[in-house]
Design a protein around this ligand. Structure first.
Ligand SMILES: [Zn+2]
Length: 291
């Protein structure tokens, strides 16, 4: 059963699923349409639902705040009168204790409200069950994608998955992210001799075909915001995809390599030699599907 529960934060009326149930179907449809229009307006940079003042924690950057509150560094820069094109300011640590205004655009900004565990199964071994929790739609996309990989490569070793998040989110260990159920660490596929546990392949031991196919499937969900990968591995993956007929226009959208395209899906990030990190976008929270 798909139940549409509306969140009318903009009007200050939190609609419950039960209430939505009682309304007539026509009204609910109309409300859903309005909510959707509002959501589209948010996406196009329309008005945020509200502004929140937050204190900068040690090590916070505009990027870190944007992640925590499901918005963009640009949006935060703008409401605080900072220059969004100043990339140094975007990546620099802010002064701890400073008050920053954050535009809240979606309910996801207010935390990880629902979560489910990614379990080992078709095409996937989840290595850390205690921190394998993600937002339901994220886990659903991952489960489907890994199952598809198992169908395409029935004899291959399943993907090894490291951390997602703890139930309900929050800080885990040294991770700067993995706090909101939108992040997942996936070990590279090895051509031969994939270990049972986390291992670091040499760049020539990586099965670029399967890494590409997995990333391709994830990208086609339309819900992946970024993939972080070690530079040397991105370069080789790009070469593999290029050699195997992936169109240049798609490569340009997908890869930061060879230039520095800030909006590219796959980004250079040191520390990702034994896995790549997939971040899902903030979901469409205005209309939330529950079942
Ligand atoms: Zn990670």
């Amino acid at each position: 059963m798909l139940l549409v529960s509306l969140w009318l934060g903009g009007l200050g009326v939190p609609g419950t699923a039960e209430a939505a149930h009682k309304r007539s179907g026509v009204k609910a449809t109309e409300r859903a349409r309005k909510a959707h229009r509002r959501h589209v307006a948010h996406r196009r940079g329309g008005k945020p639902i509200r502004l929140e003042v937050t204190k900068v924690r040690p090590g916070d950057t505009l990027e870190a705040l944007a992640y925590r509150f499901c918005t963009s560094p640009d949006a935060i820069a703008r409401v605080n009168g900072l220059d969004p094109t100043d990339t140094i300011a975007v990546r620099d640590a802010l002064q701890p204790g400073l008050s920053i205004v954050v535009p809240i655009r979606t309910r996801a900004a207010l935390g990880m409200r629902k979560w489910v565990a990614l379990r080992s199964g078709e095409g996937v071994d989840a290595l850390h069950p205690e921190r394998s929790y993600g937002r339901p739609e994220v886990v659903l996309h991952l489960t489907k994608t890994f199952a598809r990989m198992a169908t395409l490569y029935p004899d291959a070793h399943p993907a090894l998955v490291g951390s997602l998040s703890k139930p309900g989110g929050g800080r885990i260990g040294h991770h700067k992210s993995h706090r909101a159920g939108r992040d997942v660490d996936i070990g590279y596929y090895w051509k031969h001799g994939q270990p049972e546990q986390w291992g670091r392949p040499r760049v020539d031991e990586i099965d670029y075909e399967r890494v590409w196919v997995l990333i391709d499937l994830l990208q086609r969900t339309g819900h992946v915001g970024a993939i972080y990968m070690a530079p040397g591995i991105q370069t080789r993956l790009h070469a593999w995809a290029s050699k195997h007929g992936v169109e240049k226009s798609r490569l340009d959208r997908m890869f930061q390599y060879p230039g520095h395209r800030p909006g590219a899906l796959i980004r250079h990030e040191p520390g990702h030699a034994d896995h790549f990190h997939v971040r899902f976008e903030c979901p469409d929270d205005v209309i939330e599907l529950s079942s």
